[in-house]
Design a protein around this ligand. Sequence first.
Ligand SMILES: Nc1ncnc2c1ncn2[C@@H]1O[C@H](COP(=O)(O)OP(=O)(O)OP(=O)(O)O)[C@@H](O)[C@H]1O
Ligand SMILES: [Mg+2]
Length: 603
Amino acid sequence: MSTKTKQNPKKTGMSRLLQLACTKKHFIIPAIILSALASIASFIPYIVIFEILKELLNSLPDLSAINAEKLIAYGWYAFGGVVANVLLYFGALCFSHLAAFGTLYQLKVNFATHLSRIPLGIHVVIGSGKLRKIMDDNIEKIETFIAHQLPDLVAALVAPIVMITILMSYHWGLGLAAMVGILVAFYLQVHLYGNDSAKEMMGKYQKSLEDMNNATVEYIRGISVVKAFKQTVYSFSRLHETIKNYTKMVIPYTLSWENSFSGFITVVNNIYLFIVPVGIIIGMNTNDFNAFLPKFLFYIIFVPAISSTMMKIMYVSSSGMQIIHGVEVMDNILEIPELEEPKNQKLPSDYSISFENVSFRYNDSETNAISNISFTAKQGEITAIVGASGGGKSTIAHLIPRFFDVSDGKITLGNIDIKQISTEKLMDNISFVFQDVFLFKQSVKDNIAMSNPDATEEEIINSAKAAQCHDFIMQLPNGYDTIIGTRGVHLSGGEKQRIAIARAIIKDAPVIVLDEATAFSDPENEHLIQKAFEHLMKGKTVIMIAHRLSTIQSADKILVIDNGKLIEQGNHKQLVEQNGKYANMWRVYQETSSWKIARKEIV
Ligand SMILES: Nc1ncnc2c1ncn2[C@@H]1O[C@H](COP(=O)(O)OP(=O)(O)OP(=O)(O)O)[C@@H](O)[C@H]1O
Ligand SMILES: [Mg+2]
C-alpha cells in the first residue's frame, strides 16, 4: 500500500497539499471543472443585471416603452445562472467529497502501515497521544481541505480571471480602476500570508498551542498524583508556563496582522474608492453619457462580487496555512525510516543471543544509553541483568526484538544478525514481558491469547494458572470474558503483569525477555510465578531483568550494568567472590531483607 502520498513526501506547503489532493485524480478533476464552471455561472446574474440596466436606461424617460418580455427573459437568465451555480457547485462538492474520503482512507491506512513498520520504540518516544492527534485531527483537516477548500480555491482562482475579463470588456477605464483596487488588496494579502516571517509565525503559534494543549492534558491526567503528593503548585507552574508562552506568542502574532489585515479589509470593502472618482472624471468628459451610465452602474453593482471573491481567497489561504502545518507534522512521521527488512532472510539455527560491541543512543540524546556491550545469552540458560536504575537494562531488552536498531555493533540470534531475520519471524521467536504492560480493551481471554490466536480455552486457562492469574480472573464479573477497562474493571499493576506473563507463556517462543516481570507481585506470588517460569524456560534462551536479587541468584549468568556499561559478568558465586559491584549489591540486599525478617520476629 505504498502510494504516491508516501513515495514523495519531500514536497512542502501548498504543492504538497495539492499532491495529496491529486491522489484521487478521477474525482478531483471533475470537482475542479465543476467548481470552475460554478464560479463562471455565479457571474451570470451580474451580466444580466447590466443588460437590464441598459434596457431601463435606454427607455428613459418613458418606462412604458420598455420591452417587458425581454426583461422577464433576463430575469429567467439570472435565475438560471443562480440555479446553474448552485447545481454545479453541488456537483463539485459531491466529487470533492468522494476524493476527500478516498484520500483520507488511503492516508490513514498509509500512516498506520508506516507506524507498524517504523521501530516500535519510536512509538513510545513520540507518544500515543501525539500519534492519535495526527491520525485524527491532522489527517481529518486534509479531508476538509480537499472536500471544501479545494473547490473554493479553484473558484477563487477562476473568479478573478472571469472578473478581470468582465471588468475590462465593459469599460477598460473603469476596469483599470477596479483592477488597481484588486491589486492593492492582493498585495496586502500576499503580505499577510505569503511571506516567510508570517509562515514562521504561524509555525511558532501552532507549536505554542500544541505545547499548551499537551501540558493541559498532562496536568489533568496526573491530577490525582499531583494532589496526593501536594505538588499542585509545581505541576501547575509548568502548565502556567506554557500558557504564559502562548500568551507571549499570541499577542505579537495577532498584532502582526494588525496593519495588513485592516488594510486588506478596508480596501476589499471599498473598491468604490477606486471606481467612483474615475467614473466621475470619465462621466464628465464623455460624449455619450447614456452609454456610459449603465456601465458605471454595473461597476458599482459588481463591487460586492469583488469583495466576496477576495474574502474567499483570504479564507482559503489562511486555513490552507493551518492545514499545511498539520501535513508537515504528518510528513515528519512518514519520513522516519522504516525498519529495513532483509532481502534474503535467514533463519536462525539455534536461539542463543549475542551482543557484539553494541552501543545505542536514543535519537534525542547526546550520550549513549549503552556502550560497547558484549555478551552471549545461551539457549537453555537464564541470563540475568542487574544494575542501578537508569543504567540501560531495559534498553538492552528493547534492542533484542528490534524496538530500536543498534547504533553500533550487532546483535545475533543463532549467529545471524537480527537485521537479517524478518521482523515478523523475529517477533515470532521472542516473548517479552516489559515493565509497562499494555492491555487492550478486549476480554481477558483475548488479551492472553493475543500472541497465539489459535490457543484453545484449555491452553488459555492453563497459562493463566501458571502465571498465577486464574484466581483473580475468576472473580471478575464475567471471568475470562470480562472486558478490561470497561465498567470499572481495572486491574492493578501486578495483575496486568501476570496477564502479560500468561500471554508470554501461551506464546511459547524460544526466546523470553522479562523486564522486571514480577516487580509488582508480592513475594508469595513471585515465588509461584518463578516456579511456573522454570517449567516454561526449559531449553529456552531467557533474559531476565530483576530488581530483587533473590530472583536471579540461580541464573546461569548475571550481567552487571552500570551507567550503560557492562562491568561484571559471571554466575552468582563467581561474582560474590570477585568482591566487586555485584558483591556489594548482594550485601546490601541481604541486609535489607534481614531487616524485614528481624521486624517480623519482634512482632
Ligand atoms: N525513550 C527514551 N528516549 C531517550 N532516552 C531514554 C529513553 N528511554 C530511556 N532513556 C535513557 O536511557 C538510559 C537507560 O534507561 P533504561 O530504561 O534502559 O534504564 P534501566 O536500567 O532499565 O532503568 P530502570 O531500572 O529504572 O528500569 C537512561 O538514562 C534513560 O534516561
Ligand atoms: Mg528498566
